[in-house]
Write a protein that binds this ligand. Sequence first.
Ligand SMILES: [Zn+2]
Length: 320
Amino acid sequence: MASTGSAAPSIDLLPVDIAAYADGNTGIPYVHSFRADEDGPHLLINALTHGNEVCGAHALRFLLDHAVRPTRGTLTLSFANVAAYGRFDVSRPSMSRYVDEDLNRVWAPAVLDSRRSSVELERARALRPAIDRADFLLDIHSMQHDSDPLMLCGLADKGRQLALGLGFPAHVVADAGHDAGVRMRDYGAFADARSRKAALLVECGQHWALESKTVAIETTLRFLRHFDCVDPSFIAAHLLPVEAEAQRVIEVTGPVTISSDKFYFTKDYTGLEVVPQAGTIIGYDGDAAVRTPYDDCVLIMPSRRITPGQTAVRFGRYVA
Ligand SMILES: [Zn+2]
């Protein structure tokens, strides 16, 4: 029967206080940037694109509290949707995802340059210069379901190579994003195969699971290690003592975008299920059956936010 995952998630990982970092040092509130004497890449680690995804705020506080500074190049740390984050209410935690609209769907230049206004668009416009300056972005997110972490690397090979360079997490998802709007990860040069700039979006686990904080910090440290821009002894002291898992790449073939106001899944999917048979019905969008398009179809991040125009789930397949 209708299954949109109504069970209330447990709230173990709570927001962390970031008021001490409100001023930043860049002229943009909540954005810090540190430059080394030696030349090197400009790395940007971003948290709170979604205000309810608190693990990234913990990871940035970990770096800021430890006064991590680049040994070469520039390191920028940004807390994105602080307005939504400030509204976190433990009794309605999902409500702090955004104030007016999804900050991760406004990154088309035509939208940023438009005359339209919202809390998120104004914040995106304020952040835009910092993002324009970055060579490599790690955007830290979390998920509705308690699922294994995913690294979303976009379609260009440079994103995939960067994800494989980090060696973590095990699941790498090569994807084009959503019909509802452009993500920060896909903004400008990040999605341009001719540019050397590249971006990753990590989905660390369930929004309020303690493990998501661990994954966020681990991913952050591996991102810094990959570019050799931070004291390696600091990274070594904090990396998890885990064996590297073999990474697998899932190529997303497309989103299922909701067109009716009566969408439901036939099972309580949580993500990364592999549906063996092509044509299997996984849900209904109004009266229309939603079928898997090929054998061994992987379900990526089935959503509980059932709204027309939004992504219900994405289909993908493992590649060698
Ligand atoms: Zn998110």
